[in-house]
Design a protein around this ligand. Structure first.
Ligand SMILES: Nc1ncnc2c1ncn2[C@@H]1O[C@H](COP(=O)(O)OP(=O)(O)OP(=O)(O)O)[C@@H](O)[C@H]1O
Ligand SMILES: Cc1ncc(COP(=O)(O)O)c(N)n1
Length: 279
């Protein structure tokens, strides 16, 4: 019998293409050495070209998944991704409270406020934005918006690091303990700068912008790598630094798949077990 690994729960949507959502979270949890558990909120019909539709999971089933795994197996950390509707967000907020997950508890909650896919297809009903602000952000240990989500949530447009700092302050007003404003979408910059802040500690995490169009699932992979490290007991700045190192390598190792945008890849963690396409 082996030692039981730390556990992490993802509450998110399924990506049939396997590059983002629940599938990205599970492969990241595995690559980071934690046992991944899932509460599926929606099933998307998705491939490398886009999201062709989605069906929401009934709210009682979303709540039951969270209760079943946290009540029995326990979670050392949790993250949210695609939540689709205000009703699902309200359900998740009350389920994480019951499970003792979030800012006011010992189990950290990472909220990735997913609003649309990278192809621009909506993954959140418009009226649900307010529920993200009022129900989820006040419960979050960390929120990880990209620049489009920053604009939707705060009305602020961000084009440089000074504006990233202002956006971080505006997001902290909504109640999360920490905020990570991701800079992947500042495509004019030769670097990808993500800004972490709790209002007192401000850290710029920087890496070169690697030249690849295949960054599908990048946001999910970063947030779940941070969640995995929080589950392992890292403090927030160390968990985010580990997550940033992890995603940079996953971007470098991204691969083309299908006609559109391929996924970032945690395969490098397999080392010599890496699949050999010529074999
Ligand atoms: N070309 C790149 N080279 C290096 N790092 C990148 C690149 N593109 C994105 N990143 C990093 O990947 C992470 C995800 O950032 P991004 O701002 O793109 O979020 P996102 O829009 O939620 O992701 P996605 O839509 O790709 O899933 C960040 O740490 C960002 O700095
Ligand atoms: C189920 C699901 N969750 C999240 C994303 C966002 O990922 P991306 O921005 O890379 O398209 C997605 N496309 N699908």
């Amino acid at each position: 019998m082996s030692r039981t690994p730390r556990t992490a729960l993802t509450i998110a949507g399924s990506d049939s293409g396997g590059g983002a959502g629940i599938q990205a979270d599970l492969r990241t949890f595995f690559a980071c050495g934690v046992h991944g558990m899932t509460a599926i909120t929606a099933v998307t019909v998705q491939n490398s070209v886009g999201v062709h539709g989605f069906t929401e999971i009934p709210t009682d089933v979303v709540a039951a998944q969270i209760e079943a795994v946290t009540g029995d197996m326990g979670a050392d950390a949790a993250k949210t991704g695609m939540l689709a509707t205000a009703e699902i967000i309200t359900t998740v907020a009350s389920a994480v409270d019951k499970a003792g997950i979030g800012k006011r508890h010992d189990v950290p909650l990472v909220v990735d406020p997913v609003a649309a896919s990278m192809h621009g297809d909506p993954l959140l009903r418009e009226e649900a934005l307010e529920a993200i602000r009022t129900e989820l952000f006040p419960r979050a240990t960390l929120v990880t918006p990209n620049l489009d989500e920053v604009r939707l949530l705060t009305g602020l447009s961000v084009t440089d690091v000074t504006e990233q700092r202002k956006a971080a302050d505006a997001l902290l007003e909504l109640g999360p303990r920490w905020v990570l404003v991701k800079g992947g979408h500042m495509t004019d910059s030769p670097e990808c700068v993500d800004l972490l802040s709790d209002g007192t500690h401000v850290v710029e995490l920087t890496c070169p912008r690697h030249d690849t169009p295949h960054t599908h699932g990048g946001g999910d992979t970063l947030a779940s790598a941070i969640t995995a490290h929080l589950a392992k007991g890292f403090d927030m700045p160390d968990a985010v630094a580990a997550g940033k190192k992890f995603i940079e390598r996953c971007v470098i190792e991204s691969y083309p798949l299908g006609e559109g945008v391929g996924p970032v890849s945690p395969f490098w963690r397999l080392g010599s077990e890496l699949p050999d396409p010529t074999a």
